[in-house]
Ligand binder design. Structure first.
Ligand SMILES: NC(=O)c1ccc[n+]([C@@H]2O[C@H](COP(=O)([O-])OP(=O)(O)OC[C@H]3O[C@@H](n4cnc5c(N)ncnc54)[C@H](OP(=O)(O)O)[C@@H]3O)[C@@H](O)[C@H]2O)c1
Length: 285
């Protein structure tokens, strides 16, 4: 039996949907914080269990009988996320899972300028401590996240952002499919995976050029200083501490933390991953 946590989230849903095309739905458990929001799974023959990483006592029941548990990382940062990931990993170990999978991030390292990458490195260390087989799925940076970073740039015609670096933007849907394929036994990978990425790394200037081409309007890339970018975010209502945290993504990108590409994702899903141009075409047309 395979338990997928975070099954009400965008990635988790995609994993379950892809997984039940590969193995019988009765072998899949969708683990969610709010069972009431997961009604659709029952009709597909997928069992739903409650699971919240803040409540480790419940997780013993959530993960009971699981051969594999996919722990989808939470949408929080810092100590809160680290404790939740530890709770989930230890609960999966204690429930007797034979393999624990965790959605990590490319460039995960303790000293990363990107706060999430440091949190993922902490989770990978906890996985290694368990002494049981694990797979840290080092997801590429979601292509969808680029849209958040660009903000209204496509509308205004200017992508105003700090200096960046090449990023191997990867679609969330492709990553969900890869996670499902790995859970189902395709291209089994033990330990920390190579970066699961699309096949090219591109800069914001490249994105501006692609967007210009797709829309027929000129979209410029304007590099602003880190300080000016923070001030603009604060003016737009983003708390300063959050703006500073977000700046970390740009710094890590310019440090080259997201520049790697690998053929692993393509091998696991058996087709070419979506390129950023494909993702932009859906958003901009
Ligand atoms: N690779 C990247 O570039 C990238 C970008 C953004 C985020 N991420 C990471 O990938 C994860 C999945 O992405 P997404 O797009 O699916 O995010 P999402 O739609 O915002 O979903 C958030 C996920 O966090 C789970 N979660 C939050 N608090 C939890 C708790 N206390 N216990 C258990 N689960 C909890 C949710 O579980 P429920 O289903 O139960 O609500 C849900 O699956 C994110 O949470 C984040 O860690 C990666």
């Amino acid at each position: 039996m395979i338990v997928v946590t975070g099954a009400n989230g965008q990635l988790g849903k995609g994993v379950v949907e892809s997984l039940i095309k590969r193995i019988p739905p009765a072998q899949v458990v969708a683990c969610v914080r709010e069972v009431g929001k997961a009604a659709g799974y029952g009709a597909q023959g997928v069992m739903v269990r409650e699971g919240d990483f803040r409540r480790p006592m419940i997780l013993a029941t959530s993960f009971q009988g699981a051969d594999q548990v996919l722990i989808v990382s939470v949408d929080k940062l810092g100590d809160a996320s680290r404790q939740m990931h530890r709770n989930a990993i230890e609960a999966a170990r204690d429930a007797g899972a034979k393999r624990i999978l965790y959605t990590s991030h490319m460039g995960a390292k303790p000293q990363s300028a990107f706060a999430a990458a440091a949190d993922h490195a902490a989770a990978e260390a906890v996985l290694a401590e368990t002494g049981i087989p694990f797979t840290a799925l080092r997801h590429g940076f979601y292509a969808e996240s680029a849209m958040h970073l660009i903000g209204k740039g496509f509308e205004t015609g200017e992508i105003r952002a700090p200096e960046d670096g090449p990023v191997s933007w990867t679609s969330r849907a492709d990553l969900a499919e890869a996670d499902a394929a790995i859970l189902a036994g395709n291209g089994a990978i033990t330990g920390i995976t190579p970066p699961l990425t699309a096949s090219e790394a591109i800069t914001m200037a490249d994105i501006a050029a692609i967007a210009s081409d797709l829309t027929g309007r000129e979209i410029k890339r304007v590099v602003v200083s880190d300080d000016a970018w923070i001030e603009a975010k604060v003016e737009a209502g983003v708390p300063r501490s959050m703006a500073e945290l977000l700046l970390g993504a740009w710094i890590a990108a310019r440090n080259g933390d997201f520049a790697a590409t690998a053929p692993t994702l393509e091998r696991v899903i058996g087709r070419r991953p979506q390129a950023m141009r494909d993702v932009l075409a859906k958003v901009l047309r």
